[in-house]
Unconditional design. Structure first.
Length: 230
């Protein structure tokens, strides 16, 4: 198991709704400590104390159980999308903050964006970008620690843009030797892609094992993805 957190009580001490702590900065040290211990920030309003969460159950996307639909597989094979990683991190996170469905509000306040951009600058946060005709049409970003990747958010500006980003991320994580893809909370959309809920204590055990691995994200996507193989 991981050593005790420097900043937070154990995730197992969270309230029934999953709240672990209130307040504290979004420094890189605090963020990395939080993710290592199964905790993530999710503010309600700007200019109010930060809220830190560890829900039970926890949603994960099994790397071997991710489902690519036939339609998406065809679009990925026909070259309509070009995928890159870590080439436009700030553009991806800003697009996530105002993507479809978030026009009336988002948890990605300026303070959050600045914090994750700094994590990216230090090599801990990563993005996958999807391009079509040199236009950014989809993406996903998250935080990597050892063999665990916490996917934070994704966006699309074209049909299947976010799904393509997630598919490339999953294939990349598989190829790099990752063991855990955390998506925090289950939705019907992620459920259709293979996401599942597990008990927090099981998640924390899997997280401890994954973060102990000597795995790195790398600076280029692994290719070709398996759906591109003839």
């Amino acid at each position: 198991m991981a050593a005790p957190s420097r900043f937070f009580p154990p995730a197992s001490h969270a309230t029934p709704i999953g709240l672990v702590a209130v307040g504290g900065s979004l420094s890189c040290e605090r963020l990395l400590d939080a993710y290592r211990h199964g905790i993530f920030p999710w503010p309600t309003y700007p200019d109010e104390p930060m809220l830190w969460w560890s829900p039970d159950p926890r949603a994960v996307l099994p790397l071997e159980g991710y489902h690519v639909s036939r339609r998406l597989a065809r679009r990925l094979r026909n070259g309509q999308f070009v995928a890159t990683c870590n080439t436009a991190f700030e553009s991806v996170i800003r697009a996530c903050s105002r993507g479809p469905g978030r026009e009336d509000g988002t948890w990605l306040f300026p303070e959050m964006i600045r914090a994750y951009v700094e994590l990216h600058r230090r090599g801990h946060a990563h993005s996958v970008e999807i391009w079509s005709e040199e236009r950014l049409v989809g993406g996903v970003y998250g935080v990597a620690i050892g063999g665990a990747f916490a996917a934070e958010s994704m966006f699309h500006r074209a049909t299947d843009g976010s799904k393509a980003a997630l598919a490339h991320l999953v294939m990349h994580l598989r190829a790099r030797g990752y063991q855990l893809l955390d998506i925090q909370q289950w939705t019907s959309h992620t459920g259709s892609l293979g996401a599942m809920e597990i008990r927090r204590r099981d998640y924390l055990q899997a997280l401890a094992a994954a973060t102990a691995l000597r795995v790195t994200f790398g600076q280029a996507l692994q290719s070709p993805p398996q759906w591109c193989k003839k």
